[in-house]
Design a protein around this ligand. Structure first.
Ligand SMILES: [Mg+2]
Ligand SMILES: [Zn+2]
Length: 219
């Protein structure tokens, strides 16, 4: 029997990074008013692009150095490295799909010495802050990075998709993935819509549960 192949798609903020980097930037630099914008985004009344542009208008600093200094404080899941190694050794592609910003992901992966493909929005310091959304979709005008679209484009025919995430931007791709690992808002959402999802706290949980599920057993 041919061995099953898996392709992993992983959210960044709150999943690989232990906090939401976009939220940390907003907390550090935005004047009042961003909460309302964020709630509208969560209710899908604003697209990622519109929400980001309106939020940037509230920012007190648009200085790249200030932004990068916030990233120094951001930790990544303590078991993510083991998880990435596990995927590499078995030839399972691992792709980061983020509705956050490319420079934040680049900076953190660089710091951690991790080389992984990622798809995210582009943050521009022009010097006014702005966002570009090169991975938005024709069929969906809400996402900056349309994770569902990318997942369906990137997955090969013989691969089962495994989606790992925590938040609103993960709802669509999780719905279509073969296996879902979820926490917080995404987990609640999956329960609500009747999509099977495995609850996780960190990437060690995912490794152990995935090994059971894929029939490899725990070594
Ligand atoms: Mg997230
Ligand atoms: Zn979308």
């Amino acid at each position: 029997m041919e061995k099953l192949n898996y392709a992993f798609f992983v959210d960044f903020d709150g999943t690989i990074a232990t906090i939401d980097v976009c939220e940390a930037l907003v907390l550090a630099f935005s004047r009042e008013g961003w909460q309302e914008l964020n709630e509208k985004w969560e209710r899908k009344e604003l697209s990622t692009l519109e929400c980001a542009r309106k939020t940037f208008k509230l920012f007190k600093s648009g200085n790249p150095e200030d932004f990068l200094s916030i990233l120094d404080e951001v930790a990544i899941d303590p078991y993510f490295r083991d998880f990435a190694t596990y995927c590499r050794e078995r030839g399972y592609p691992l792709t980061i799909l983020s509705d956050g910003y490319d420079c934040c992901i680049y900076q953190l992966l660089q710091r951690e010495g991790l080389k992984l493909p990622y798809y995210a929005n582009k943050l521009l310091f022009t010097p006014q802050l702005d966002i570009e959304t090169p991975y938005s979709s024709q069929s969906c005008d809400l996402c900056g990075v349309c994770k569902l679209d990318l997942m369906e484009q990137l997955k090969k025919q013989n691969q089962k998709t495994v989606y790992i995430g925590d938040g609103y931007s993960d709802f669509c791709p999780a719905q279509k993935a073969d296996v879902v690992f979820a926490k917080t808002k995404l987990y609640k959402h999956c329960q609500k819509v009747g999509k099977q999802a495995i609850l996780f706290k960190n990437f060690r949980d995912i490794l152990l549960d995935f090994e059971k599920l894929s029939g490899e057993g725990i070594k």
